[in-house]
Design a protein around this ligand. Structure first.
Ligand code: ZN
Length: 313
């Protein structure tokens, strides 16, 4: 494990003990990593830094490791490096071998038995290396109001199945499907998605009331940010996210890790687009990237303060 990191499970245990959640923020280059890691240091909150496979392909795994090694230096708060949505054993193994402190194996689209088998293989390898594992049950479809109960039942996480899945795989945390969705279009325009909170409570209880749960696709998709983007050349349509109060209610009902990617991308692009529009004659890349990093940092601080509020759950 990279020096200075702690296992993801240790951070989630802290969140559970303190009846709260931690933010898990995606990064994809140096500036986005700096924006979130500095936000976590400023707020002094345990935080999970994460990359997807496509971010690793873009950056190169060696660059991810080198940047994180520097980023964690001097941090007083607990930090984990997590693989987000790993698709197979090999990519999880590569990340574990490279020093990540947490990985996600997402085989939620496979049938239950295969998901269990593939997840267990990752857990066995990860445990030997002191690395934590998150997996997923159900599909993050983003549900409109008029969905049938049958369809909802088939794609949302089933509490009994969750109990069996955790028992069979020995994972450290479970990502649940309760109505959130990835990306900036999480529902019909002007109609935020309705989350199935009652299901979330049943999942938490089925797992004994303490097991760490993860909420993906939880960005607010702040209209101020989408408007700033669109006023400066962007074209983001039908943007709708998860309300802050819904994120807090999910934490009260037992979510311990809240994944945020879209919001940070929007903040970064809002900063970048404003700078490019305001200083069209400036060739200094640092001026524009610096403005983007600043906007994202401010937003990340706001998110951490929202999500990590001890005593909520
Ligand atoms: Zn996700």
């Amino acid at each position: 494990m990279i020096k200075g990191l702690v296992p993801g499970a240790e951070i989630l245990r802290w969140a559970g003990d303190n009846h709260t959640a931690v933010g898990a923020f995606n990064f994809s280059n140096l500036e986005t990593l700096q924006a979130v890691v500095e936000a976590s240091k400023e707020t002094n909150c345990p935080t999970i830094l994460q990359v997807t496979e496509s971010a690793i392909n873009y950056l190169g795994l060696e660059y991810v490791v080198a940047m994180i090694s520097v980023a964690v230096q001097g941090a007083q708060n607990r930090l984990a490096l997590h693989l987000d949505h790993g698709s197979n054993f090999d990519v999880c193994k590569r990340c574990i071998d490279a020093g990540f402190s947490s990985v996600m194996i997402d085989n939620s689209l496979l049938e239950f038995k295969q998901n269990v088998a593939n997840t267990t293989e990752v857990v066995e390898y990860a445990k030997k290396n002191g690395v934590s594992v998150e997996a997923e049950l159900g599909a993050l479809a983003g549900i409109e109001d008029n969905i049938s109960v049958d369809l909802q039942e088939s794609i949302y996480t089933n509490p009994d199945q969750a109990q069996k899945f955790v028992e069979d795989t020995k994972i450290d945390s479970l990502a649940v499907a309760i109505g959130t969705k990835h990306g900036p279009n999480k529902g019909a325009p002007n109609a935020p998605p309705k989350l199935d909170f009652e299901r979330l409570t049943r999942i938490k209880m089925a797992l004994g009331g303490r097991f760490p749960l993860v909420l993906h696709g939880a960005s607010a998709v702040d209209s101020k940010l989408t408007e700033l983007c669109n006023e400066h050349g962007g074209n983001i349509q039908n943007a709708i996210g998860i309300k802050d109060e819904d994120v807090l209610e999910a934490i009260r009902r037992g979510i311990n890790k809240v994944n945020i990617d879209t919001d940070l991308r929007l903040a970064f692009l809002a900063g970048l687009r404003q700078s490019l529009a305001k200083f069209p004659d400036k060739l200094d890349i640092r001026k524009h990237m610096g403005a983007a990093r600043e906007e994202m940092n401010v937003y990340a601080v706001r998110k951490i303060k929202l999500i990590t509020t001890p005593g909520l759950g």
